[in-house]
Design a protein around this ligand. Structure first.
Ligand code: HEC
Length: 121
């Protein structure tokens, strides 16, 4: 008896499903925190990644150079807050500034808090 013709198409469908599941897993893995929850120091970002993060999340109020002052935003170039205090403001928000916990990971917030020090003169 011959092998039914529909074996091959069925196999291809299931391969596509597996490929789809793999893609989904990749997507989930790339936007959630790593399972082993590394300390803040063990995650690093390139200058480019931080610049992009700052531009998309912060520049609308603080401006490309930290000095814009939109919505009453503090001039980051003359800010004197220490790292912990900056992390707190970014995490929990302050006044007109929206909180970023939930939108950025702890590691991203810490890295940005460090990054904006480069605006200081
Ligand atoms: C919706 C506008 C807005 C956005 C977006 C925003 N901020 Fe702010 N930010 C503010 C305002 C307003 C303040 C002043 C809050 C106050 O003191 O009442 C502020 C204050 C701060 C401070 C405290 C500075 C100081 O010396 O007191 C830091 C640090 C800061 N923002 C960093 C960031 C970073 C990093 C981002 C992006 C992740 C960001 N902000 C996004 C509006 C914004």
């Amino acid at each position: 008896m011959a092998v039914p013709r529909n074996v091959q198409p069925l196999f291809m469908v299931s391969r596509n499903v597996i490929a789809g599941a793999a893609l989904l897993l990749l997507g989930v893995a790339s936007c959630s925190e790593p399972a082993h929850s590394p300390g803040i120091e063990s995650v690093s970002y390139t200058e480019d990644q931080l610049a992009t993060m700052y531009t998309t999340m912060c520049a609308i109020c603080h401006g490309a150079d930290g000095k814009l002052g939109n919505a009453g935003a503090t001039d980051l170039a003359s800010s004197t807050l220490d790292l912990q205090a900056r992390i707190a403001v970014i995490t929990y928000g302050k006044g007109q500034m929206t909180p970023f916990n939930g939108r950025l990971t702890e590691q991203e917030i810490a890295a940005l808090a460090q990054y904006i020090e480069s605006f200081r003169e």
